[in-house]
Design a protein around this ligand. Structure first.
Ligand code: SAH
Ligand code: SF4
Length: 348
């Protein structure tokens, strides 16, 4: 049955009334969609005409349209997509070279969006500025990858759900999309190459731990005490740090995996050294590493990043506390494609 899943590209479950065919027909269909990348159902010449007709009537192969492509000096590329309903989202392609100055990139990470806007309203983030509009369908999520591959002529090797939106708040479509992305009949991107980032939806972290795939998890932490986290991330009032870290421990032990904690450093807000010391204490015993990200300026928001030396000292305190921390090299800053810079407003 699973080979029918490619048809999840933008359908409603109750429209699954394709002619019932043998398994090999479904395999032919998924090959056309994911392997041969057919542009139309008419092109699927080895399928019976009845199938093609039925597919044309009920499904779309492609659910997004490229509107604009921007390249950054550091080779990061940002794609703006128009969705069928007239909404817009972005994806960011981040090539990585084997060596710092290597010539050809061998890894292509795509940062994908999961929602139009975001309901969680973190105070520092561009994506949440205008609120939430709607969830992306599984097809719209998968199409970002397939269309980026077409546009860039590169094969996406890694995926991060760190674009616009809170992926865990669109859990059902996210899981349908991951089925298409991870399965061998689909895009065949390994589960360990897929990272979901969340601001901390505790029940969904547990649900992700309970499903079978070895997807990676990143947590947007950004504060070590509830006081600090409450002040910048409203979700913390619902799921405070203690509950969040309990769910993280559950994930680690269930999946035998390490978690990545993202910590943006915002000057004067969450970059006090006592937060670093507290963080080291609280993360003891959770298999994890911390990515420290100097805050990216967002137009209209007052926040700033700390001095480099301050960020480095923050990292040192964590290291002295026994926590692996890296100060992240930010990419795509000049085209507003860096973390938290994706927003609806600049599109219109
Ligand atoms: N909603 C999910 C996925 C979006 S990921 C989440 O919050 O995890 C976007 C990442 O960029 C998150 O880690 C977010 O906290 C971070 N971010 C948001 N605004 C930022 C900014 N201005 N500078 C740097 N990082 C930012
Ligand atoms: Fe939404 Fe994540 Fe931005 Fe918070 S950081 S507003 S959860 S996209």
């Amino acid at each position: 049955m699973s080979v029918l899943k490619p048809l999840l590209i933008d359908q409603l479950p109750d429209t699954w009334d394709l002619p019932i065919g043998p398994r090999f027909r479904r395999k032919q269909l998924s090959d056309w969609v994911f392997k041969k990348r057919a542009n139309s159902f008419e092109a699927m010449t080895n399928l019976p005409e009845q199938w093609r007709k039925c597919l044309c009537e009920k499904y779309r192969i492609k659910s997004i349209e490229l509107l604009r492509k921007q390249g950054s000096k550091d080779t990061t590329r940002k794609y703006l997509w128009k969705l069928a309903e007239g909404d817009y989202v972005e994806s960011v392609l981040i090539p990585a070279s084997p060596a710092l100055y290597g010539d050809k990139a061998d890894r292509f990470t795509l940062c994908v969006s999961s929602q139009v806007g975001c309901a969680y309203g973190c105070k520092f983030c561009a994506s949440g500025l205008e609120g939430w509009k709607r969830n992306l369908s599984a097809g719209e999520i998968v199409s970002q990858i397939m269309e980026t591959e077409k546009e860039s002529a590169e094969r996406i090797s890694n995926l991060v759900f760190m674009g616009m939106g809170e992926p865990m708040a669109n859990f059902e479509n996210l899981m349908l999309a991951i089925d298409m992305i991870n399965s061998d009949w689909g895009l065949n991107i390994g589960a360990r190459k897929i990272t979901i980032s969340t601001s901390g939806l505790v029940p969904k972290i547990r649900a992700l731990a309970d499903q079978e795939r070895q997807i990676r998890l990143a947590i947007s932490l950004h504060g070590a005490s509830d006081n600090v986290r409450d002040s910048i991330m409203p979700i913390n009032r619902k799921y405070p740090i203690s509950k969040l870290l309990e769910a993280c421990s559950y994930f680690c032990s269930k999946k035998k995996q390490m978690i990545t904690f993202e910590y943006i450093l915002i000057k004067g807000i969450n970059d006090h050294f006592d937060q670093a010391a507290l963080l080291a204490k609280k993360l003891k015993g959770i298999r994890s590493k911390i990515n420290l990200i100097p805050y990216n300026k967002v137009a209209g928001l007052p926040w700033e990043r700390p001095e480099k030396s301050h960020s480095q000292e923050f990292a040192h305190i964590l290291a002295r506390g026994g926590i692996k921390a890296t100060l992240r090299l930010e990419k795509g800053h000049d085209i507003d494609a860096a973390c938290g810079q994706l927003r609806l407003k600049e599109i219109s």
